[in-house]
Design a protein around this ligand. Structure first.
Ligand SMILES: Cc1cc2nc3c(=O)[nH]c(=O)nc-3n(C[C@H](O)[C@H](O)[C@H](O)COP(=O)(O)O)c2cc1C
Length: 320
């Protein structure tokens, strides 16, 4: 079995994944949030932290690239290979955000299948690297999946990570498991499942339905409950002490990396949006965290949540 951490812009960056790897079930691969490929691309400091071996020591990190231009993809992939030693890159064909899809990138690229086919033809013929793909199953109609599968089948995709939603689903509703099943049955390239795994029961349901599936990617459910994969794999139950140490590590690292209280608070609040609902009676504590303007207010709110409430991660359900 292989477990992967999902790329999540603003969340699963090098600070998060390093702390995760230290405290919880190590992932087989960590995918970076997307890096936009542009002509003559140079990496920003933030992007270097995402892909460099120094800031990701001991972790198998796969950089993700967002573009619909094959030259830009190839140039960025080569930069990642030559300057940072990466042997695999991942293509983002899933981002549903309007600003990305309006430019025909991310999930938006799925709406131009001929162009996508030509793009894949270029990158697979010109690059001597593993190229995995993270995809949704279409833009507006599930029926388009069939056509997209015909395209993917033609290329040596090192791994096809499928989030079985269409672009217009955004992150709502249940994953479209029939479409996933179609891919799992038909493709000979390795397939990975992604979407709505929030608790071990969600995972068990998937295993019942797809007994041969060996690769799983975890996103929001893992951020809500970082012990999720430790429970799935080793029956380890979440405990407040580990979670506190994990949060303190991230908080401390952000204080070192970022300048100003506001930036640190912004990042931590984003995490707590996911994590707070895994505590009993969390609402008033979550509100205090959200309202905190200074680190001391934030620290007091987190301290009272940990000391006064218990973990109840089963309260957060994904729906498979
Ligand atoms: C805040 C946020 C940021 C995300 N950023 C990325 C990204 O940079 N690249 C990507 O491929 N997917 C991104 N995703 C999608 C996730 O990787 C994942 O496919 C999605 O959340 C479904 O999996 P889940 O139900 O386990 O969360 C993002 C999702 C969220 C909620």
């Amino acid at each position: 079995m292989k477990d992967y951490m999902a790329p999540m812009e603003g969340i699963t960056n090098h600070i998060y994944r390093r702390a995760y790897h230290r405290f919880y079930h190590p992932m087989d691969k960590y995918f970076t949030p997307f890096i936009s490929a542009k002509p003559n691309k140079r990496l920003s400091f933030k992007e270097i932290c995402e892909v460099s071996g120094e800031t990701n020591e001991g972790l198998c990190v796969v950089p993700q690239i967002l573009t619909n231009n094959s030259d830009d993809f190839i140039q960025t992939a080569l930069l990642l290979k030559e300057e940072f030693g990466h042997r695999e890159v991942n293509l983002n064909l899933g981002c549903p955000s309007g600003t990305v899809t309006a430019k025909g990138k991310g999930a938006g690229f799925l709406g131009e299948p001929e162009k996508l086919d030509a793009f894949l033809d270029e990158i697979y013929s010109r690059l001597d690297m593993k190229i995995s793909i993270k995809t949704r199953i279409g833009t507006h109609y599930e029926e388009d999946w069939e056509y997209l599968l015909n395209i993917y089948e033609k290329y040596p995709v090192s791994e096809l990570i499928i989030h079985p939603r269409i672009q217009k689903d955004m992150y709502k509703g249940r994953p479209r498991l029939k479409a996933f099943q179609k891919a799992a049955e038909r493709l000979s390239i390795p397939v990975c499942y992604n979407g709505n795994i929030f608790c071990s029961q969600d995972y068990e349901k998937l295993v019942l339905q797809f007994p041969d599936m060996e690769r799983f990617m975890y996103g929001r459910g893992l951020i809500a409950n970082p012990c999720l994969v430790s429970t799935i794999r080793n029956k380890k139950q979440p405990d407040k002490r580990t979670l506190r140490a994990f949060c303190d590590q991230i908080y401390g690292d952000y204080q070192e990396l970022l300048s100003g209280e506001r930036n640190v608070l912004f990042r931590m609040k984003e995490l707590w949006n996911y994590m707070a609902p895994t505590f009993t009676n969390y609402e008033k504590y979550a509100k205090k965290i959200k309202k905190a303007q200074h680190l001391r207010e934030y620290e007091a709110a987190v301290e009272s949540l940990f000391s006064q409430q218990e973990l109840d991660p089963e309260a957060v359900q994904g729906g498979i």
